[in-house]
Design a protein around this ligand. Structure first.
Ligand code: NAD
Length: 458
């Protein structure tokens, strides 16, 4: 899309927003339902596109992408009335007599920028929150899975007025252009590197941003855990989407006394789950550049287990690495692929200290039946969110705000948190006129000051 067209699009959305139509709850509900209908009736097309892009199966595309969007829509439809209601809060003595209210109001025209790894979910989940909160939206899906981007644009742009919700496709150039414009909110999902670019662009207009970024998410495995269940859930969470998941366990910290048993069970489980080349449910690496990057991260001397590679189909098998150290190359950056480094530790304090020396993770997992083990990790390490005795699944509870902290992101969404992310909470003090005490007005006196101090209690 050309610069002039984008300028016109934003102008049209601003004009539409100012008609106040999006503030009607009925309007929001209608649009959300329309989105669900449009997505449902185009499921097959989306499955085909995402499969062509990186061999994501229908099963994965439904469970990890569309189902989450549908659930978000259903929840927003049923709760938006309640979420949007003005809320009465207590009025303090200083303001008595009066009533105090918080009015949730939409921010205006919002830009949502998606990442490639869950291209449907990461595009539409923020959009659902933005629409529920009463905004207009421009969505820029990731251009990397190009067929999915095309189909997202086709579905949205043929079902919605562009002055309300429109998809703009494109790569760096178009995104840079979009980011140079004035928005009322920017919601970005992607890498830390581009997150910085988005933040800087937003600062120019003092636009509020939500940044859903990445990082290295650890999983702690203690000798007091249910090891079979831990292995099941780690194998699933790590190799889902071929490790291309922002909240996948990036590396394992395992008590050294069980490292061998853990690795043996991991290998067996990987073989049982059959993440093989012929397996139609195992996702490809998104492109050759990422394939080569991942290949370069493997230290052959530390490989415990690896399947056969097939660069021609970008099939990258699960790889387990043993006795890894924090100084190893694989520990420098987020892996974002199916390589799992395992770091043994003797002392939990040491392990916690090592994690705390790294940038704050997006997720953290802990496998243990010992409550003080879990409590120490939760209390001592700052991270976006996570799970005890599981991986990934905290993302699927909309009651839990989803987001990072530090370099893994700022702000959160899903459920009510998503609504709040696209909402300004406007405070109103509603005063009576039948009482207007003179105590705050000049001329001041020691007596007035004494009375004010008494009223304020300070
Ligand atoms: P990315 O940062 O390369 O791209 C994200 C978006 O930014 C895309 O739409 C892309 O077109 C745009 N973009 C890329 N370069 C740009 C530039 N120079 N200027 C302006 N816009 C630009 O990220 P990605 O490769 O799509 O996704 C992978 C990263 O995203 C990983 O780090 C992963 O952890 C993170 N991620 C985070 C979450 C989360 O919810 N926190 C979810 C998925 C992915």
């Amino acid at each position: 899309m050309e610069h002039e067209q984008i300028t016109e699009l934003i102008k049209a959305q601003n004009i539409f927003f100012n008609t106040n139509s999006t503030k009607e709850i009925k309007f929001r509900v209608k649009q959300l339902k329309q989105l669900k209908t449009a997505l449902k009736s185009n499921e097959e097309k989306m499955y085909k596109a995402i499969y062509n892009d990186f061999k994501k199966s229908n099963f994965d595309a439904f469970t990890n992408e569309l189902a989450l969007v549908y659930l978000d829509i259903d929840e927003a439809v049923s709760k938006v009335q309640k979420w949007s209601k003005r809320k009465r809060v207590r009025t303090n003595l200083l303001n008595f007599p009066a009533k105090s209210y918080i009015y949730p109001e939409p921010l205006g025209t919002c830009l949502v920028i998606g990442a490639w790894n869950y291209p449907i979910q990461l595009s539409f989940a923020p959009v659902v929150a933005a629409i529920a909160a009463g905004n207009t939206v421009v969505l820029k899906p990731s251009e990397v899975p190009s067929e999915t981007s095309n189909i997202i644009a086709e579905i949205v742009n043929s079902n919605f007025e562009s002055s309300f919700f429109h998809v703009v496709e494109g790569g760096v150039e178009v995104t840079t252009d979009l980011l140079s414009m004035k928005w009322d909110k920017i919601f970005f999902t992607g890498s830390i590197k581009v997150g910085r670019i988005v933040y800087q662009a937003a600062a120019k207009h003092l636009t509020p941003v939500t940044l859903e970024l990445g990082g290295k998410s650890p999983a702690f495995v203690s000798k007091n855990c249910n090891l079979d269940v831990a292995v099941n859930r780690i194998v699933w969470g790590k190799f889902l989407n071929a490790g291309q998941t922002c909240i996948a366990p990036d590396y394992i910290l395992v008590e050294s006394s069980i490292q061998d048993e853990f690795l043996q069970k991991m290998k067996n489980r990987i073989l049982e789950m059959d993440f093989a080349l012929k397996n139609e449910n195992y996702v490809q690496i998104i492109n050759d550049a990422n394939y080569d990057r991942l290949k370069g991260l493997i230290d052959e001397e530390k490989v415990y287990f690896a399947g056969d590679f097939d660069p021609a189909t970008r099939y990258f098998p699960p790889v387990l690495m043993k006795n890894v150290d924090f100084s190893d190359r694989i520990m420098e950056d987020e892996i974002f692929g199916p390589i799992l480094p395992v770091i043994p530790y003797e002392d939990l304090s040491w392990a916690i200290h090592q994690v705390k020396k790294q940038p704050k993770p997006l997720a953290c997992y802990m496998f243990s039946n010992n409550s003080s083990y879990k409590t120490r990790i939760i209390d001592e390490i700052s991270f976006g969110g996570g799970a005890v005795n599981d991986t990934i699944m905290h993302i699927a509870n909309s009651q839990l705000p989803f987001g990072g902290v530090g370099t893994s992101g700022m702000g959160s969404y899903h459920g009510k948190a998503g609504f709040d992310t696209f909402t300004h909470h406007k405070s109103i003090l509603n005063k009576v006129t039948w009482l207007d005490p003179s105590v705050k007005y000049p001329p001041y006196s020691p007596k007035k000051l004494k009375l004010i101090r008494w009223i304020m209690g300070v």
